[in-house]
Ligand binder design. Sequence first.
Ligand SMILES: [Zn+2]
Length: 557
Amino acid sequence: MSKELLEEWKEIAKKIKKYDKKYAHGIPLISDFSYDALKQRLEDIEKIIGKQRNSPLNTIGEVEEKTVDHATPMLSLDHGYGANSISDFYKKIYNATKSTYEKAVPKMIIEHKIDGVAVSIRYENGAIKYVLTRGDGFAGIDITKQSKYIKGIPQNISLKDFDIRGEIYMTFEDFDKTQGFKSPRNATTGIIRSKEMDFIASHNLQFIAHGFVNKGNFEQYSEGIEFIKNAGFQISDYHISKSEQESIEIFEKFDRDSVPYPIDGMVFKINDLNLCEQLGHHRTAPRYAFAAKFPPKNTKTFIKNIEFQVGKFGTITPVAEVNSIEIDGVMIQKVSMHNMAELQNKKYNIGDEIIIARAGDVIPYILSKESSGEKSFELPNQCPVCNFKLIWDSVTMRCTNGWNCNAQALLRIEHFVSRKAMNISGLGAKNIEKLFNADIVKKPNDIFNIINLVLNNDEVIKKLLGTKVAQNTFESIQKNKKLSLSRFIYCLCIPNIGHGMAKTIATHCITFDNFINIFQSDQIEIKGVGPMIIESIKKFISEEKWIYDAYQKIEII
Ligand SMILES: [Zn+2]
């Protein structure tokens, strides 16, 4: 399993959980598109490293308030962006139903995907029993009281027991009359949770039905939804499509501005309810339905060039240089392409039209490819910095030239002096490079040479760093060379050793000599330190002789 992917997975999972929590309180921190992009990335990673426990993909959202269980779980829909995602959905249906592209294509209902709050309404003996928000799909917040003030939710119907699913939303016109909300959906989320019934009544929230739980005697979805309409509910305009091509055309020609409420895509559902039943569900969504979202217009751009960056342990990361584009107020010129396997599998080329996504402080990355450029592109076989031959290592390519690769050497020195490590001021990437090129600092322990150079009033160091910065750096080294063992272990930049692991090891070893002795022995048993870490440290201390000199220059406290 790739350690880097697992780390990335953890970081994204943490973010999604945070966003879910805020979203449940009506505070969306990022755009839907960016949120979906994060989830998509998580899914891609899980395809490589396997499904993870506690994955945000296993749940639909976050619920914190007191909730009521849904009688039948309220699943979300699988979704994608653009017309290509519709073709992919059709392919899945062809495979699942063993029909061919030409014949026996199931008829598909196409409805608006309204951007509101999904709810489930249960009627018992013809009267409303409860109205629940989706929540995490299994339990939602009870808004039965509030529902009286929402247009389009009849309090009584002629059927005895019935479960209806739909969306509470606000029209653009009504949204214009509100204050302090970012979007119609944001307003809907905020208003619906209010305990002030007058406040809810003063806003014109509406309900549109888009489904029912038990198929009863209905053979077709269209029969059911017409029945719901006759029972007094509002339903979305829908279309019954006979082919994949027709579905794509409807999607592509659709004018979002032609409807009075916000929609972010279209929903495709198989009309034949018996077939739907046969297809069933996977862990969070039904297999017979799909939501194709409209890609945000401003995130399409072109790949101008593909660059390769070298990490501190030689990992090569492909980066696409794109035609500048603004997302959420930030100008984007470079986007991550994740790893070499992805670059190879998705056949990215210079000239490709791509959709990019940005979420929070994550580096923007490519979400999908819209069309291919003409230029052909070949993977490099040499390190872009030192020309050493690259090797494949799991999903990445790696330069194994170590300290002889300037990119890796500079990054490792940067790590040694970084804020969480030695915390030396005055030594940013540019200054380190100057000292490196002047042969003053070639390995991390060489930074201690700066002490004598400054004490001897050396002209070269003053010229390279400037008198003031040289003095500051000198003082900073003097001050911070007293550090804990755990911090020193972290400074060394041992592969796979972060702050937490350094602490675990330092607590066990207590002194640097013990640390070396323990990891030179054959039987190592430290709670919380696995074989991969042990191997990594053993290799490191046998190869990296500079660490012994660095240890002489510092003082463990
Ligand atoms: Zn290299």
